[in-house]
Design a protein around this ligand. Structure first.
Ligand code: BGC
Length: 787
């Protein structure tokens, strides 16, 4: 195995740090400044670009080492050397369940544990930064990389992303939070423009990044390929500096997605630290040098980036040369446990599952996935696992003594329309007590670089399920896919299990759930729609001439289905168990509370069934009286509880101002308005068990932001400002109330209320002039109000 050679000692001595002194080296900005002072402009510019496929530029003269970065996210894809791509010849590493499975666990501790295992494997193979996690929002089930992303919900995606980062970084390995931001499709991803309004951008697409950055400080963030509001992600100062660094306090570096740099000089100005990968002849470095030399770019801007880069490089350096054990055996067991926690029982009529030896002796296993597992997605995240379990083998080995197992291929993974294998499957199903049909999406259906065109299973899978269900009423469908699929046969089978892309040990996890060794506890982190036509982005996906119109705005996922009252196939947060849970005693710390105080919410959950199980308790908030349109509920808390039969546990959530807020486009900030809210606690977004109304009292003081184009109505309807209007145009207002009412009682026609203030010199026939309007607007804007 090759490990990179790093001149650690020299650097540490030069900077006066301890040999393993991450903090000494990394935190010493003065030392870093001293180092920068010794660098030539050429060396500094060199540092802002990669050396080759996976490493940064070293500066040998000053003993500045390179660092090694590698994909991510659900396993390590480390190429044999930094200058080879590592597709097919990557070093073996554990393939964990992909992000859509991790998120179905709703278990931040478990995701942190996966992160730690990934960190261990990265450190063992000399990788300093693992390129993940991906917290982009699943805007449409068609998104080709949905399997690599956590959720349609920003809070859930952010929390899981933070846990993943914590886990990896606790092992001294950095992460790269990707793909920042509004990268929600694959079609034309290199140039598409995400045309998304500010409110939506903040509430839905930026929030998961914000949570992960604030809570876990990833060493790096990966800037997306696409444009956002017309500006490339690699050159948006607003996103890379204003938001990330200034607003959220990001301390790391921004790395471009591979080949995402368009205008490198603009990128430097915007705060894009590192261009990846390295180019053979670095035209972009030459452009930066020329810009500095000509005075078009300040050298101080380069220094600012180099300072951050050195901080990361030197921190990585302190832990880089640790050849170690990848713990592959232990991680295989962890991968199986994680996969079993992710498995989501969507439907279980007549308690068809688990399979019991007394009742279901003869088990027909149907579907080629049982021998050729689908366990991860296509693209840069492809891990080469040391081994991959097969369902048929595992069932025979671990459960074969209690059951008679038969197998039929059912379909042909090479040809998704080939239905010649159905008859054989029907025959063994009819002869069994229960049929397990493994169906789902073949690898080519879910890939980086392309989006899905529909949400159907291959025709041969649908046909197989329909035919087998007719021959065997006790048919269970075990689905393998990275994102939502349609299920036209759902009413014909008693049970459906979503097994996701379960990684190298997923087969064992499915067997454990099916045969009752594990009680399923996964919940959907994304809505499963009945039809593609029901999905929020249906009319706007993928793009028109490269323009991606986010027409559904904030109404993504359940925010859309619930607000539009559209029945999904299976709702967000849904997932059944072999036991039952009851909810009681919802309590809040105050019925009326101020935005300065936390609100504590507690609820008691009881396992009222006969076996141990886990429940994901979900807390949603509903705004009853907002000044803007809001989704009917939004996830603001969750917790996963393990409960023995009969056991009760009280779970407490703490809510703060942000949990009640929306992003006000008008004020350019988060706003929690005074008024009534409802706290909803339940087992899924559509299975709310307890609710309670609370009242928020805002203490914020905001300035008005009227312009001469603000409508008369906006001021007239405000009791504080109305008297000022009366004072401004008393005669005209009196003329609106000819029956002797006062100016302030005047009945102003609807038509006139919707006129902008700029027209009032004309409307009042000269009672006021343009200067009066301007002075009036300024006077209004000097006042404050409480939202
Ligand atoms: C992907 C990234 C990945 C990078 C390096 C890009 O095409 O979008 O997610 O980390 O390649 O493989």
């Amino acid at each position: 195995m090759t490990y990179k050679k790093i001149a650690l000692t020299a650097i540490v001595l030069m900077l006066g740090g301890a040999a393993n002194g991450e903090s000494n080296v990394a935190s010493s900005d003065e030392n870093i400044d001293a180092l920068i002072a010794r660098m030539t402009l050429e060396e500094k510019v060199l540092l802002t670009s990669g050396r080759d496929a996976w490493s940064t530029q070293p500066v040998d003269r000053l003993d500045i080492p390179y660092i090694w970065v590698a994909d991510g996210p659900h396993g390590l894809r480390r190429a044999p050397t930094t200058d080879t791509w590592g597709y097919g010849d990557q070093l073996p590493a554990t393939c964990f369940p992909t992000a859509s499975a991790l998120s179905a666990t709703w278990d931040t501790d478990l995701v942190r544990e996966v992160g730690a295992a990934l960190g261990t494997e990265s450190a063992a193979l000399g990788v300093n930064i693992l390129l993940g996690p991906g917290v982009n929002i699943k805007r449409s089930p068609l998104g080709g990389r949905n399997f690599e992303y956590f959720s349609e919900d920003p809070y859930l995606a952010g929390k899981l992303g933070a846990a993943y980062i914590d886990g990896v970084q606790a092992r001294g390995v950095g992460t790269s939070l990707k793909h920042y931001v509004a990268n929600n499709l694959e079609t034309a991803r290199m140039w598409a423009n995400s045309d998304v309004d500010d409110r939506t951008l903040n509430e839905i697409y930026l929030t998961p990044f914000e949570i992960a950055v604030r809570e876990a400080q990833p060493w790096s963030v990966m800037a997306c390929y696409n444009r956002v509001q017309g500006v490339y992600g690699t050159q948006s100062r607003r996103l890379l500096t204003d938001k990330l660094k200034q607003e959220w306090g990001f301390e790391g570096i921004v790395i471009s997605d591979w080949g995402a740099v368009v205008d490198r000089v603009e990128g430097i100005r915007a705060g894009m630290h590192l261009e990846m990968p390295g180019l053979d002849r670095d035209i972009n470095n030459e452009a930066v040098l020329a810009a500095v030399k000509s005075g078009a770019l300040e050298e101080a801007e380069v220094d600012r980036l180099v300072r951050d880069i050195l901080r990361v490089v030197l921190r990585a350096n302190a832990v880089a040369d640790q050849p170690g054990n990848q713990n592959l055996e232990e991680h295989h067991a962890l991968a199986r446990r994680v996969a079993s926690e992710a498995i989501t029982l969507l439907k279980n009529d007549r308690e068809s599952l688990p399979i019991e030896s007394g009742r279901d002796r003869k088990v027909a296993i149907i579907g080629e996935f049982a021998v050729k597992p689908r366990y991860q997605g296509n693209g840069s995240s492809e891990v080469r696992p040391p081994r991959v379990d097969q369902f048929l083998d595992i069932v025979r080995e671990e459960y074969g003594d209690r059951f008679d197992i038969t197998y039929a291929q059912g379909y042909n993974l090479e040809d998704d329309a080939d239905t010649t294998l159905v008859d054989e499957a029907v025959r063994i199903a009819a002869d069994a007590d229960v049929a397990l049909i493994l169906a789902g999406l073949p690898l080519q259906y879910e890939s980086e670089g392309i989006d899905r065109l529909h949400i159907n299973l291959p025709p041969s899978h649908d046909l197989l399920i329909e035919a087998v269900a007719k021959a065997q009423p006790n048919s269970v469908v075990l689905l393998t896919n990275g994102s939502a699929v349609a299920m036209p046969w759902v009413d014909d089978v008693p049970a459906v299990v979503e097994t996701w892309l379960g990684g190298q040990a997923g087969a064992g996890a499915v067997a454990d759930v099916v045969f009752g060794e594990v009680n399923p506890s996964g919940k959907l982190a994304e809505t499963f729609p009945v039809r593609l036509e029901d999905t929020p982005a249906y009319l706007n996906f993928p793009a028109e001439h490269g323009e991606v119109i986010y027409g559904e705005r904030i109404f993504v996922g359940y925010r859309y289905y619930d607000t539009r009252n559209i029945e999904p196939l299976f709702p967000f947060g849904h997932g059944l168990s072999y036991t039952r849970f009851s909810y009681s005693d919802l309590e809040v710390s105050a019925d009326t509370f101020s935005d300065q105080d936390p609100l504590h919410v507690s609820v008691t959950v009881t396992n009222s069934g006969e076996i141990a199980g886990k429940e994901v308790v979900q807390l949603y908030v509903r705004d009853e009286s907002a000044s803007v349109v809001r989704p009917v509920k939004e996830l603001r808390g969750f917790d996963k509880l393990a409960l023995q039969p009969g056991e009760s546990r009280k779970v407490t959530f703490t809510l703060s101002e942000r949990d009640f807020a929306f992003y006000s486009q008008r004020h350019g900030r988060w706003l929690a308005e005074s008024g009534n809210f409802e706290i909803l606690v339940g087992s899924s977004s559509r299975d709310i068990r307890e609710r309670r109304q609370v009242t928020l009292q805002s203490t914020r003081s905001l300035s008005y932001s009227f312009t001469e184009y603000s409508f008369f109505r906006e001021i007239w309807s405000n009791p504080e400002l109305k008297p000022m209007l009366v004072e401004l145009m008393p005669n005209w207002l009196r003329s609106q109330a000819p029956d002797g009412r006062s100016a302030s009682e005047a009945n102003v026609e609807n038509f006139l209320q919707d006129q902008p203030m700029i027209k009032f010199p004309a409307i009042t026939l000269g009672e006021i002039d343009a200067d009066d309007v301007e002075a009036f607007i300024q006077r209004c804007n000097s006042l404050t109000f409480t939202p």
